[in-house]
Design a protein around this ligand. Sequence first.
Ligand SMILES: [Zn+2]
Length: 117
Amino acid sequence: MQYERRLTVEKTKPLQNVKLNQILGFETDQKDIDRAQEEARKLNMNVIGLYHSHPEAAAEMSPLDEKEALRWDVEIILSVRNYGDRSYWHLKAWTPNEDRTKFLPDSITVVEDEAPT
Ligand SMILES: [Zn+2]
């Protein structure tokens, strides 16, 4: 039986990049994730995934992204590219397959332009 699964992001929480060389990537502190999950629980919410940007790169899952994200229901990647005085962005959602061995592109709809709190 086919069903449509819909995940809704109601709240976001920025996390600090703790990677030593921040130009080469992003790494979160597990304690920050634990704190975010505790905050979500207190609000009767669930942490469903992570979001991050790929400056000057495609919104595709890297092998490291896949490794880090397999415990989540969704990974959202924002690609931002600058061409001269113009910037272009592409937002893409990725969700794990049934056996959670890899991520597949999923549909995403932005329903509000205001940044979530
Ligand atoms: Zn990435």
